[in-house]
Design a protein. Structure first.
Length: 118
């Protein structure tokens, strides 16, 4: 039950990240991702954020949808795969964007992954 709760929270977090990346203001995006405001106001950056948002949203949606589509060991395996995707993306983001991604994205996904192993 705890693993399910944490996985769903990671999924909801990714839907929130999607919302920020797609519909957030340049000011919100600059603050959240530690980027210069001038950069987040650029059309190209806004398009790039929106594209990235779709990926984050689909990860979150897949985690939630899998709860109803699968059960037992298959559900756990699907969640583990999706959580590994989240962890890889979070590590890449931590090295290329901001270190706080380690705490905000990687750590919750790692916790959920470990809980699915138990």
């Amino acid at each position: 039950m705890l693993a399910t709760t944490i996985v769903i929270l990671v999924a909801i977090e990714h839907l929130g990240i999607m919302a920020l990346e797609i519909w957030g203001t340049p000011v919100q995006q600059a603050k959240a991702f530690d980027l210069p405001l001038a950069f987040t106001k650029q059309r190209e950056a806004r398009v790039s954020f929106a594209n990235q948002g779709i990926y984050n949203g689909m990860l979150g949606a897949a985690m939630i949808a899998s709860y109803w589509l699968f059960s037992g060991a298959t559900l756990v395996l699907v969640w583990q795969l999706l959580l590994v995707f989240v962890m890889v993306v979070a590590l890449f983001g931590a090295f290329t964007a901001t270190k706080k991604i380690i705490f905000l994205q990687f750590a919750p996904a790692l916790l959920a992954f470990v809980l699915t192993l138990i």
